[in-house]
Write a protein that binds this ligand. Structure first.
Ligand SMILES: Nc1nc2c(ncn2[C@@H]2O[C@H](COP(=O)(O)OP(=O)(O)O)[C@@H](O)[C@H]2O)c(=O)[nH]1
Ligand SMILES: [Mg+2]
Length: 250
């Protein structure tokens, strides 16, 4: 399926230093694109900055506000619901607000989505990589990926990436309200569900650059929660519930 219009979901928590530049660059891309910012009441006013964009460009920027910080996974789900149910989106992307996921890769991802159901902006395929990242961050990511691929049998190389493009049918085939993870491990759980349903995944190489502005929101608690998620999904896999097939081919 060709993405005639792409809906980009950007979760934000304290991204006031990045959101203006990001929206400028996203809306400058020569493609039809709508941005859905999902802000969890950022104390630094990110939500109000996004609101100003939405009032100037109501056809191109939408903002969802939540009264408190509830985790990255819940922000994605709110964005998916808005895109699928209210805006009738066929192609939905997710990306970070901090330029680790650079808008310049979006055209390659939408091109690849003509052949795949789900496309990942990936650090771990030929041509991809990480730049300006601390060794701790690189190690955490590599370990998380190796563990997720080994224990869960995930085939994608970059299983923890938040830079993704999903076709509508993929998201519709997944019971979003049954996803247990509310934080970062939502990404691994989501990929697990996609693979079990037989959706085809493609990966576009990206160079992931660590954020220049603002702070990461990954906490030690998130890392522990992620370990729990992988263990839970591993047990589900061991119980041998057969993977479900894709409900429709894209
Ligand atoms: N709405 C919302 N956004 C979040 C939350 N946690 C993280 N984010 C956003 O999710 C994206 C990824 O977070 P980030 O701290 O950059 O994670 P990292 O790149 O893995 O260090 C960024 O755009 C954050 O602002 C949350 O609880 N709610
Ligand atoms: Mg980031």
């Amino acid at each position: 399926m060709i993405c005639e219009k792409t809906y980009v979901i950007v979760p934000t928590f304290n991204e006031a230093d990045n959101i203006d530049d990001l929206l400028t660059q996203l809306l400058d891309l020569t493609m039809s694109l709508v941005v859905i910012v999902v802000d969890h009441k950022s104390p630094d006013g990110t939500g109000s900055i996004a609101d100003r964009w939405a009032s100037r460009m109501p056809d191109r920027v939408d903002v969802i506000h939540r009264p408190e910080k509830m985790g990255l996974g819940t922000a994605y789900i709110a964005g998916f619901r808005k895109g699928l149910d209210e805006l009738g989106a066929n192609c939905l992307m997710t990306m970070d607000a901090d330029f680790s996921h650079h808008p310049r890769y979006i055209p390659a991802m939408t091109d690849m989505s003509e052949r795949y159901d789900l496309v990942i902006g990936s650090r771990y395929v030929a041509g991809g990589g990480s730049r300006n990242c601390s060794w701790k961050r690189v190690a955490l990511s590599k370990i998380a990926n190796t563990v997720a691929r080994t224990l869960l049998g995930l085939e994608a190389r970059d299983t923890t990436a938040g830079f993704r493009l999903y076709h509508r049918e993929v998201l519709k085939s997944i019971p979003l309200d049954q996803i247990f993870s509310s934080g970062y491990s939502f990404l691994v759980e989501m990929l697990f569900m996609c693979q079990r349903r037989g959706w085809r995944t493609g990966e576009v190489p990206i160079i992931f650059e660590d954020r220049r502005r603002g702070k990461t929101k990954i906490s030690r608690q998130e890392v522990i929660k992620a370990q729990y998620t992988v263990l839970r999904l591993f047990l589900r896999r061991l119980r041998g519930i057969r993977p479900r097939q894709a409900s429709a081919s894209v």
